[in-house]
Design a protein around this ligand. Structure first.
Ligand SMILES: [Zn+2]
Length: 136
């Protein structure tokens, strides 16, 4: 088995806020991230697929196809958007790095022909990332 990773980037804004909590509780839990005007990040997305190398092409997966799927299913939906307000999955779940990684997985699962989704890694900042490996 070979692992192959493709990167993509998107810029988006978000904030953290739990409606059931008071403003004080939100401020205590989320600090500056509780500002409901939002703030932005330049996210880096790494999608890793697993498979066998095709003996003829030498590829695990069609890289153009993988790039197109990531663009269509994730980047075009998230890029330059306010995640809380404009992306359906974050109407009910906070757009934390962890939740974004899981949401990207759900958007891509079953859509990469010829390979198995192995890991979704989302960097919110160079020193902060979350990995989602599906339900194992
Ligand atoms: Zn943030």
């Amino acid at each position: 088995m070979i692992l192959l990773t493709r990167k993509a980037e998107f810029s988006a804004s978000h904030y953290y806020w739990v409606e059931a909590w008071s403003p004080e509780e939100n401020a205590r839990a989320f600090g500056k991230c509780a500002n409901r005007n939002g703030h932005g990040h330049n996210y880096t997305l790494e999608v890793t697929v697993a498979g066998e190398v095709d003996p003829v092409t030498g590829f695990v997966v069609d890289l153009k196809e993988l790039k197109d799927v990531m663009e269509r299913e994730v980047v075009s939906v998230y890029d330059h958007r306010h995640l809380n307000l404009e992306v359906p999955e974050f109407k009910t779940a906070l757009p934390t790095t962890e939740n974004i990684a899981a949401a990207v997985w759900r958007r891509l699962e079953g859509k990469v022909p010829g390979a198995k989704l192995y890991r979704v890694r989302v960097y919110e900042m160079p020193d902060l990332f979350a990995d989602y490996l599906g339900e194992r």
